[in-house]
Design a protein around this ligand. Sequence first.
Ligand code: SF4
Ligand code: SF4
Length: 610
Amino acid sequence: MVPELEYYDTNIPCLAACPVHTNAGMYVAAIADGDDELAYLTARLPNPFASVCARVCAAPCEDACRRGTIDRPIAIRALKRFVTEQFGTERGNGEAWHRVAAPPTFERPQSVGIVGGGPAGMACAHDLRRLGYKVTVYEATDKLGGAMWLGIPEYRLDRGVLSADINAIIDLGVEVQYETRLGVDVTLEDLRNNHDAVFLSIGATLGRGLDLEGAEADGVFKAIEFLINMNRGFNVDVGERVIVIGGGDVAMDAARTALRASDYANQDPKQIGGADNQGANGSERDEEDAADQRSLMTEAIDVARTAARAGAREVVVMSLESAEEMPAHEFEVEEAQHEGISFMPRRGPRRILVDDDGRAAGIETVGVTSVFNDEGRFSPEFDEGDLQVAEADTVILAIGQAIDLEALGADGPEVSPRRTIQVDNDTGRTSMDGIWSGGDAAKGPRTLIDAVADGRRSAADIHRSFGGYDEAAESATFVKLAQFHRLEDSYDQTPRVDVPTLDTGRRIGLVEVELGFTEQQARCEASRCLRCFANIILDVDKCVLCALCADVCPVDVISLVPSEEVDSGAAGSTALLLDEERCIRCALCIERCPPDALSMGMWKGIGVPV
Ligand code: SF4
Ligand code: SF4
């Protein structure tokens, strides 16, 4: 009874949650087994920004990790860093990663123009160049990296690591034209004439406008502009008391509207992100909104920590959500708190107070009674009687970013209601032949790894449009493991190893805050992994239905049921059921089975180096 490949993939939570389908469990297991190079190659195979992601990925794999149902998820990102530090591009020698990302061995006739050298554009360039296409990246600034450079503070991502991953892609033979801005130095028409395909990944570097009283005062910044200026080394006048308003423009509009209008309930929910704001596909839109909220909260926390480093005496992050509802990772909030940043939950902005010199003096806030409705959708309610004033000389608005649609010209591709380039989600194809798009330009500001996935998805589709196919996907085979993994009986007694960080007192300037695991810490943490990539296989010809496996299973996921419950045409006998989604792969059932009817197996060739 071999699991279908599609089911197998979805039943490895870390792999299924990763936008580029990194087989995280496989590299974690390799670390536990002491094979760090295999671990690195497994992590690097689907991700040209493995070293960057090892520091700053939002790690959706950890949110999904099955170990989290027992105690806490595996520290997957920190384990990736443990192996990139040994074999990654930051080591300055390409021996290891060239084994899964070698330069092309032949040239194809087609050329592809990529606009924007951020994570989506560079991931697309990496894959297409490796396939032998001529690739030219048009970058508006004098540096590649996009949001990785402009939007992520240096204390989270060492610039040497970023440069190493980018240089490795350029070294494949990618041509770059710097300071070439779409709509100014080159037009979409030029690109279509000069290339066989075009990928637009222009990023979202414009701060959104905001109709909040006082928003034009001195000392009021939009988060993305603040981060860009700080990361480019420009002088920004950060005052002593900073308030960062998180939650995005939708949250702010909602808060203001509640006070301005007498009846908030009469507002059109489409304008304020309320319960009916779902578009044609409700769940897809909900997921997009949740991703937006999380990325905005990360932006708010990044901004707060950057402001603290810029010399602010007091930094407060204000949010509509309570501490429990805040769409941020626990570690992001904890790190900020360690650095003295405080949070002001359940408040919405009403207006920015301005002094006689035209400088921000504080914020009038309104209490929030609830943020989500009974269906769990964003639909904030406010208490108009609960108004407070918080003093501040600097206000930073984490209200999200917008893309420069004018750069596309009058005859550009169709634009979505979210003011992004309209694309097919599976391929990144736009409404115009020969033009693909991905990253923030197509989906709005998202995580780094989502952007990498967009670039890779479109690269594969561009390749298909030229008649190519995905060889890796054709090579998967299911193999029975000669030696199965046996989970220690004390498996639930080993707590997660905390990721080491710099002492709070030493967090000055741009020094990286998160540190790497020691070897001992890495092996210990990796050994907590359940190895969900291994499946229990039943040989029905050997099984005698003795039920000893069901007796021994510590999590009661094996049961014997009348066969008609499984197959209506097979009445009168008994079937053995195993709930793979709850199985912890302890292997006790395999050891106990008298006729050796149970074993472990896995698909090979997908997501792992061959
Ligand atoms: S326990 Fe291991 S294999 Fe399972 S989801 Fe977590 S990291 Fe992946
Ligand atoms: S490996 Fe076997 S005994 Fe262990 S949890 Fe899974 S089904 Fe139960």
